[in-house]
Write a protein that binds this ligand. Structure first.
Ligand code: BGC
Length: 339
């Protein structure tokens, strides 16, 4: 039985909705506003644990620069000087983070757009968003599709794009995870399958180097509480006000691989993150601060290409080739660790 979508409020005279998809183990409520994951529950018998942060109505999402739960595309994270060159031509994006660009555009980006619903079934939802040539600063008439699908204890997100010119495609989902439902995540343990990360400058844009995590606070090769080293007097942590960095997955080859595991000892919940992308931005909600959530009440596990990779010749570039569909996949699997 397909459930009727529930109203989530009105944006610019248009009603937006919440769509529920589920299995016995997971329930997700997703809005067509921003293709946003508003709620995600792990179900264990009659017990439900809320594992992402979210708000009760659409209003807080409208001008929300935390990008809570939203799909960010065409290009997640920062682009230095809000510009890049592709096929010899220079393109300019919105300067919405000092001189840089962050998450493509605010308030006109994918996180604030009303997506159209292409397909809604009990366990899956497909949303679509189109941009014309030059819109948000990127080349090409483009179509983006995002499918959320739940199977047993796994939520998969499949991002597809096609463009009539070469363009940029680096999508992510910006969910704020807290496996306890609320409170700090500093006690959550994190493991990242990465021997290297990409250090930033003081504006949180990668400088282009690849740095081994060994002997740094960025070493999560074995489970470690997020709070263990977060307050160390380390330049990178000062730049980010905590973790707000990209790790490079070991053995990147474009296939879907396990990149990170997040564990809450308080309730034994384990979240495994899989992706076909080269990296992950781990962001410890260093700027989150509103009526409902504070600083470090969540951690984002944003699978992605390296921020600013389009300008960095030693990184895998997120180039969408004209006329060819490109699909990128991320999966989040949630279970009890001991079972
Ligand atoms: C960025 C942060 C930013 C946050 C919310 C993250 O992906 O890396 O620097 O504050 O998104 O916009």
């Amino acid at each position: 039985m397909i459930r009727k979508p529930e109203s989530f409020g009105i944006v610019k005279d248009t009603e937006v909705f919440l769509y529920t998809i589920s299995s016995d183990k997971l329930i997700a409520r997703i809005s067509d506003f921003g293709a946003t994951i508003v709620q995600l529950f792990y179900c264990d018998g009659d017990n439900r644990t809320k594992i992402v942060c979210g708000y009760d109505s659409v209003e807080p999402y409208i001008m929300n620069d935390s990008y809570m739960g939203a799909v960010v595309l065409p290009c997640a994270n920062r682009t230095r000087n809000a510009s890049f060159k592709l096929n010899g031509k220079e393109y300019h994006l919105q300067q919405n983070d000092g001189k840089n660009n962050l998450h493509s555009s605010l308030p006109d980006g994918s996180a604030q757009a009303i997506w159209s619903v292409e397909n809604y079934a009990d366990n899956s939802l497909t949303l679509k968003l189109s941009y014309g040539d030059g819109e948000l600063g990127f080349p090409g008439n483009r179509v983006f599709m995002v499918t959320y699908e739940i199977n047993n204890n796994e939520l998969s997100i499949s991002y597809s794009a096609i463009s009539d010119q070469d363009s940029v495609f680096n999508p992510t989902n910006h969910s704020y995870f807290n496996l306890n439902g609320k409170g700090t995540v500093l006690d959550h343990e994190l493991k990242i399958y990465a021997d290297n990360f990409t250090p930033n400058d003081s504006t949180s844009v990668p400088v282009g180097s690849i740095c081994p995590v060994e002997n740094t606070p960025f070493d999560f090769r074995e489970f470690k509480p997020i709070g263990k080293d977060i307050n160390q007097d380390h330049e990178q942590l000062i730049f980010g006000k905590g973790y707000d960095h990209n790790w490079l997955i070991n053995g990147f080859d474009g296939s879907v691989k396990l990149i990170a595991e997040l564990y809450s000892p308080a309730n034994d919940l384990l979240l495994k993150t899989y992706t076909c992308c080269p990296g992950i931005q781990v962001y410890t909600a260093n700027y989150l601060n509103d009526d409902k959530y504070s600083y470090r009440d969540a951690v984002c596990l944003e699978t992605q290409y390296t921020p600013d990779a389009i300008n960095l010749d030693n990184m895998v570039k997120p180039i969408l080739k004209a006329g060819k569909w490109c699909t990128l996949v991320t999966k989040y699997a949630i279970s009890k660790k001991e079972s």
